[in-house]
Design a protein. Sequence first.
Length: 151
Amino acid sequence: MSSKEELYQQLILEHNKKPRNFGRLENPTHVAEGFNPLCGDHYHVFLRVNEAGIIEEISFDGSGCAISKASASMMTQSLKGKTEAQARGLFDAFHELITGEMEAGNGAVKLGKLAAFSGVWKFPARIKCAVLCWHTINGALEGSQDALTTE
Ligand code: ZN
């Protein structure tokens, strides 16, 4: 393993152990549920979007594997304070990163710490874990009331 891969792995383990923005949000404007039956990852995400379309508060709750939890934790950190449009842009960039479609070093800059997931495309079964909460947030912003499932 390269030192960069080691660093990424440590970051994922650290966020799994101490997830950020974990727990229910008071007075959310959006709530969505995401479930990945292949792995058993199951989360709720909570958003408070203000009138200007900015994500003021964001949190998540639930349980799952280290990849899904760390991804949700880092996602909440990256999306707080962003507009809905910026959130969608990050979602697209993250999706490219995770499926290995992103050109090396290109959009990774924009993703910051989320680049920790850049090796996940080598493990196809883990891709769904990593994108679960992103899909869930995306569904919440689009006003979907149904629980999101990766299957
Ligand atoms: Zn998982």
